[in-house]
Every structure is written in C-alpha cells, then in structure tokens.
Design a protein around this ligand. Structure first.
Ligand code: SAH
Length: 398
C-alpha cells in the first residue's frame, strides 16, 4: 500500500479525528497513488495515523479508519453499514409503518466519507461523492445485502454519475448493482409520516426524494390549519402535501422546473386533498416579488444550494437576503415563514444574519419560533461540523 507522509505538525486535526486530509498537509509519498486507492498516512515522525481513500483534489485523503489493524476489506464495509443500520433502527426508521424512506448512510456522519445511501422501501440508492467509494460500489452493494438479508432488500441502484468528481475522468453510468427481479419498477410509493409519495430514483434529483425535510414538513403540517400556504422551490411537493393534509385552506406550489411541477402534481393526486391546490411553473423570486400583498399566511422558501463552495459565499448570502426580503415584504401580519438553506458553505450564523437583514430590509418585525435542521438519519460527525448542511428558521411575522 502506498504511504503518504504528512508535513511536520499537520497531524493535529487527525488526532482530533477530522476525516479529511488536505493536499497542503502532505509532505511526500513512497509511490504514485491513483485517485481512489486506499493509502496509509504517517506523521513526519513515522507513526501511523490514518488509512483512507486517496483523492486528487484539495481533499487528498478521506479517512476510513484511524486503526492501523483495521483492513479495508469486505468485513469493513459490512461492519460500517451494520453500524449505520443500527443507528436507524434506534431511530425507529427500519421497521416503521409510517415512514418507509430514510437515509442509511450520511457520509462523514456515518464514518463513511464520500458515500450516501438512501432507502426507499426495499430499494437502496447509493451515491459516491469520491472515486474511492465509486470503485468499491459492488462491495458496498454486497454489504447492504448481507446487512439487510433476503426480503428486506430487493435492489441496489447506483446513482453516482452526477456526484463523482468530474475531474476524475471516469464515465460513470447510473444503473442497478443488484436486483432481485429485473422486472421491478424504477419507482416506489413510499410513506413519510403516513403520507404517500412517489419516489423515482432513476429520474429524480439527488436520490429521488428530499428525505432531509421530513421533520420540517411535519412542523409545516402543524401550522397549516386554516392558512393559505405558498410552497416555493416545491420539487416533488413534500411540504405541499403535508400542508394540505394539515388543514390548509389552499396551497400553491411553485418550481421553475416543469418536471418538478409534474412530480408535484402526481403527489398531490395521491394525497387527494379536499381543498384547492395549484401548481405553478415559474421562477420563485419573480413569483414572490409579483404576488399580491397578503395572499399567503404561511410561506416556505427552500431553494437549492446557492453556494456550492466558499468562493461564491458572498453572492449566495445576497441571494438568501433578496429572496427572504421579497417574501417578508408581502406577508400579512401574523403569518409564518419557513426559510431554509442547504448550502454546506453557509454557516448557521451567516444564514441567520442574512434572514435578519432581509427582515430589516422588508421593514418587518419577526420572532424565531423554531430553529430547524436535518433529521437524525443525517447525523453529524462532531469532528466534521460541515456535515450539518441544512439550516432553517420558522419565523412569526409581524
Ligand atoms: N422543497 C423541496 C426540495 C427543493 S429542491 C422538497 O421538500 O422536496 C430545489 C428545487 O428548486 C428544485 O426542484 C428546482 O427545480 C427548484 N428551483 C431551482 N431554481 C429555481 C428558481 N429560480 N425558481 C423556482 N424553482 C427553482
């Protein structure tokens, strides 16, 4: 195995178990590791410190283990996935009658940096964010089958084409790594909090459905009774369905993607609401700026990540400010705003500041009802706080 040696003193973050090693921390190597290889990392003094997947970008190594005696073999993948499964079992997600989709592996949060696995009924959908994880996808599929056992898993779908680093040169093609029956459909009606949704992993964004808003949707349902609700950036209409079933008097869902609007309409049809719902294909900022004053008593703003990396942080914060100010300016007294950021590069504090400046710009007094985040099946590694990517606020608007 290739050995990488750190520059003197660069082991500090690893001693604290941060799972990444940046390229600037590397002093040298005794070979020429290829992207995705498993490498051993040593301190300048020659002590073993970590073993992980090698990358060619700014993250030189994603650490898999700090234990020198732990080989990265089939039983390693089984053990880590079994551990992740144990956590979801403790959360009541693995055999819930109400919720049949959950995140099984959340990268660094599950000590598997570069790997995401979501479960939809009996299908596992994996996304590799590193070449190392992509190269072992078959071993991961095998480990999933071992951990779940026959019956509880019927397919493993790899959806890494859009997530592995573009510079790697690998031409990944999405597809099944394993399937009990090739005639099974590429979608499943899943349950979330007792509500039915169509999840399509072959066609949808991310792994098919935004699982990370589960608990925030339940909160929206709670506040929707008797309110006219606007759900912007609605995608498959998760918030809209909860609002409708929570007793909203009417719900409008806005997304700029025609496909998202179609998926939203399908989910609304499954919910079969008794009150009016409209799907509107439009740019959300334009829509909010041009909507009539006081038209909605509850507004949801859940845009895509405005900042994919730190370089565009300033623009992203401006974007959040503009969007929130436009919405707040139009909301009636006594209304509620649910506003989110899923940008990893934007900190909780920066997001709050952007939203509070938006309130000042709109001349509105707001108070915080809830500070929102991702649910527990998206755990955060305490040594990798960046993993806490979803931030939200529920505000009472006066
Ligand atoms: N709230 C959703 C997830 C939102 S994902 C849920 O709970 O599932 C972000 C969505 O924003 C995508 O569906 C994308 O099509 C949409 N989008 C991106 N830019 C947009 C824009 N300018 N106006 C409206 N929608 C936009």
């Amino acid at each position: 195995m290739v050995r990488l040696t750190l520059r003197r003193g660069k082991e500090e973050s690893l001693l604290r178990r941060h799972p990444w090693i940046f390229s600037g921390a590397i002093f040298g190597t005794d070979g020429e590791p290829e992207e995705g290889d498993v490498v051993d990392v040593y301190t300048a003094e020659g002590a073993f410190i970590a073993r992980g997947h090698c990358g060619i970008g700014s993250i030189a190594v994603r650490v898999l283990t700090f234990d020198e005696a732990q080989p990265i073999d089939a039983s390693f993948w089984i053990d880590r996935i079994r551990e992740a499964y144990g956590v979801r079992k403790a959360l009541g997600l693995t055999d819930s009658a109400e919720t049949t989709c959950y995140r099984l592996v959340h990268g660094e949060g599950d000590s598997l940096p570069g790997l995401v696995i979501d479960i939809y009924g009996t299908t596992a959908v994996m996304q590799a964010h590193s070449v190392g994880m992509y190269l072992v996808r078959d071993e991961i599929a095998e480990a999933l089958r071992t951990v779940y056992g026959p019956g509880k898993l019927t397919a493993v779908y790899d959806k890494s084409a859009g997530t592995i680093p573009p510079k790697s040169g690998i031409e990944a093609v999405d597809g099944y790594l394993w399937r009990a029956d090739p005639a099974d459909p590429a979608e499943e009606i899943v349950l979330e909090g007792g509500n039915r949704f169509r999840a399509n992993w072959e066609d949808g964004q991310k792994t098919g459905f935004f699982i990370d808003q589960r608990e925030n949707r339940a909160l929206v349902a709670k506040y929707s009774r008797g309110r006219r609700v606007l759900n912007t950036f609605c995608y498959t209409g998760g918030f809209s369905v909860y609002a409708l079933l929570g007793g909203a008097t009417a719900v409008d869902s806005v997304d700029s993607s025609e496909k998202a609007i179609r998926l939203c309409a399908e989910n609304i049809a499954l919910a079969d609401p008794a009150v009016p719902h409209r799907e509107i294909a439009a740019d959300a900022l334009d829509y909010v700026r041009n909507m009539p004053q006081d038209a909605y008593d509850l507004v949801i703003l859940d845009p895509p990540a405005f900042a994919k990396h730190h370089k565009v942080l300033g623009n992203a914060l401006q974007g959040y400010k503009r969007l929130n100010a436009a919405a707040l300016a139009k909301m009636p007294k006594g209304s509620i705003l649910f506003t989110f950021s899923c940008s990893q590069a934007v900190s909780r504090e920066q997001f709050r500041t952007a939203v509070f400046s938006a309130a000042a710009i709109a001349g509105r007094r707001v108070r915080i009802l809830h500070q929102l985040t991702q649910p527990a099946d998206h755990p955060v590694n305490i040594y990798h706080p960046e993993g806490e990517y979803l931030k939200g606020l529920a505000l009472y608007v006066e």
